[in-house]
Design a protein around this ligand. Sequence first.
Ligand code: MV4
Length: 451
Amino acid sequence: MFDKILIANRGEIALRILRAAKELGIATVAVHSTADSEAMHVKLADESVCIGPPAARDSYLNIPSLLAACEITGADAVHPGYGFLSENARFAEILGEHNIAFIGPRPEHIRIMGDKIEAKRTAVRLGIPCVPGSPGAVSDDAEALRIGAEIGYPVLVKAAAGGGGRGMKVAHTAEELPGAISTAKAEAKAAFGDDAVYLEKYLQKPRHIEIQVLADGQGRAIHLGERDCSLQRRHQKIWEEGPSPALNAEQREEIGGIVARAMAELRYIGVGTVEFLYEDGRFYFIEMNTRIQVEHPVTEMITGIDLVNEQIKIAAGSPLTIAQEDVRITGAAIECRVNAEHARTFTPSPGRIAYYHPPGGLGVRVDSAVYQGYVIPPFYDSLVGKLIVHGRSRTEALMRLRRALDEFIVDGVETTLPLFRTLVRNTDIQNGQYDIHWLEEFLAAEAKDEK
Ligand code: MV4
């Protein structure tokens, strides 16, 4: 097992990793920018190192500074959390060259999944169902039009280097396709320095359902059910829940089994999330995330499995000790991402938290790194904390969420709590009847009613 883990992150996820490390008896090193000297993860870690000025590229993304921090403290492993360097294959490789363990998958798997065309090719090879589309990058309009005619319109043009929704263009007809391709290519070139694009049939009203996997790189892999992350705005997830209100146990076992077998065959290491669009009873692979995700607590609440604990043990070379038969999905969990933003306009609201009272009680979890008097800096994401509730049924989870939201007080900054208090009382949400466009349509309708 590791002796000392350096946590290359900040905020609630740094705290989450620190807690898992402490429970394993592993010493912790926090790193921080000059803007984060008073951050909770710095206060709770055994040691801390300042790695640079506020801008992320000079601190949390600064590989030489992180290596120096490992050297100074003698850390033998690095946990990257989510965001920042968590899906940087080169960082994982460099750590390996310095005999420091990267708590995550092999660089090779990070690289494959970072290229959306390569990821899809791999998914096809492993028997994971994909959206019909071009087999690889499209090079000329004639080829694109041939594929368009074959799969039918609307067609979605996606950037190979994209992901998270950047660099996508819809062509509703063949006439629109060449224009959509050239626009997508220009945007992809400007955003990622890579203009490779591919085509997919555009699914109009899907849900976003992702399967959580755990694999040991030695041929063992299990799935931990799904999370429904359809409620999002501008590709930012707002509300995540599991199990999905749209699936039954049989559908879950089928897609989960396919994904687990694929990850075992790939010799994937650690935690991973395989993302699907789900429409008319069918799953279509879109991407794979090779990191621990923001919404992982949903899975932890319904399975009772500590994902970060498992992730650390696997990175240290331990075989997976949980069998698929041991995984039981119990009840329902919902996570709300509470941001320091205006609940209607979503404009960021950094500043001092004048009063803070988080909710508690049975089935309530708050993953947060803020405290009363803490100043939310303007340089990073605006997450105040994640409120996660668990109930024996989805109905119980919803009632518990309503209660917990009413208890939650954050003064001094604007937060998205009022939005969640509205959502938890909405009939579509209560009935689980929503797709990936529901939230933006709801917000647009609300904005209209305001006038
Ligand atoms: C799609 C799609 C419809 N059809 N692919 C957006 C982010 C990226 N992960 C994939 N995305 C989509 N891919 C096909 N073939 C619609 C989206 C999409 C979306 C997906 C998941 C969650 C929210 C979304 C919001 C808009 C579009």
